[in-house]
Design a protein around this ligand. Structure first.
Ligand code: SF4
Length: 328
């Protein structure tokens, strides 16, 4: 992707990653700023317009860098579940993306002080094994050509055997490194959903092919059927999709699969609605349960159980993780 403007925070200027990234941004206009929030947190930004041509912001992440997993996220049975954001925002443009409600801006912030993330991980590892979802609030694999940060997390995992890293993506990388304690989590969607709600994202089949290549290379691969999106004919759409995926990927070689319906915190939903006046996803009449906007309880249960049933034909039940649902 080409950026027309790159904002560089004062503190970020002397980091090697800043230089590496600036070499790749060609003739973009480089603008020094005192603090990244001076740009990113400005009030009344047009997030929808920015999404079409986001600026890049290079900054130093201070304060907390690694966080305890949130309740709307799946822990996959891991006890020390953390997530980390070394980038904020994403090259892709999914209509249902919670980032649209979470951040005041669609500009992309890359934190260039990865060494500090490495130190944070070392400190947490002193307390025991750690599971870190490193590609939350962004898609690190999609941005790896620019930032190299997916590679840096993979190298960190190679250094620490007690660290398990998940890299979640909608990209379709040609090749991925086989590292025993890295899980590549491919979010997959039926073509009907991808075409309608996932802009600038590789096609449903390209993503499945990438996941199949990673399986063939011996990598740990997780398939995420999450978020499932409600449509009039969802049974038909997801039923055919499960068969299609099984025709392309050997489920027996997957690490696990996850299933979840669309859900979002009520605050993020309200923020999304302000900037997405015509969005079917944002304006669906969700119910709020425990602060989370989600489909009506029966619908949510039926969709997750339907998908779970289809997947159970191909993979052991204990390898199927559903969000907030116990199988009946
Ligand atoms: S790929 Fe993920 S992070 Fe990126 S826009 Fe889509 S949902 Fe959001």
């Amino acid at each position: 992707m080409r950026f027309s403007h790159v904002y560089v925070e004062e503190k970020a200027r002397n980091y090697p990653l800043t230089d590496e990234i600036l070499k790749k941004t060609g003739d973009a206009v480089v603008i020094p700023v005192e603090h990244y929030k001076d740009i990113f947190d400005r009030p009344r930004q047009d997030r929808q317009a920015q999404k079409k041509a986001p600026a890049l912001i290079l900054a130093v992440r201070e304060g907390s860098r690694i966080f305890r997993g949130a309740p709307v996220c799946q822990s996959f049975g891991q006890r020390n579940f953390y997530y980390s954001s070394s980038v904020m925002n994403c090259l892709f443009d999914c209509e249902y993306c919670y980032l649209k409600g979470m951040y005041p801006s669609s500009n992309i912030v890359v934190f260039v002080n990865f060494e500090d993330y490495e130190n944070d991980v070392s400190k947490l590892l002193a307390e025991g094994p750690l599971y870190v979802c490193a590609s939350y609030d962004t898609d690190l694999i999609a941005l790896n050509g620019l930032t190299g940060l997916a590679d840096r997390w993979t190298e960190l995992a190679q250094k620490h055997k007690d660290l398990l890293v998940e890299l979640r993506t909608k990209a379709a990388p040609k090749q991925l490194k086989n590292v025993p304690n890295v899980i590549y989590a491919f979010t997959v969607s039926p073509d009907e959903i991808a075409t309608r709600y996932e802009k600038n994202v590789p096609s449903a089949d390209d993503r499945l092919d990438a996941a199949a290549r990673a399986v063939d290379a011996g990598c740990n691969v997780r398939l995420c059927f999450d978020p499932m999106i409600l449509t009039d004919n969802w049974r038909d759409v997801y039923g055919k999709f499960a068969d299609h995926v099984a025709s392309k990927i050997d489920f027996a070689r997957l690490t696990d699969v996850s299933v979840g319906c669309f859900r979002i915190s009520k605050e993020y939903l309200s923020s999304m609605r302000k900037s997405m006046r015509n969005s079917e996803i944002a304006w669906y009449p969700y119910v709020i349960r425990n602060g989370v906007a989600q489909y009506e309880e029966d619908t949510d249960r039926q969709m997750q159980e339907f998908m779970r049933g289809l997947l159970a034909r191909h993979i052991a039940e204990e390898k199927i993780f559903t969000w907030n649902r116990k199988p009946r």
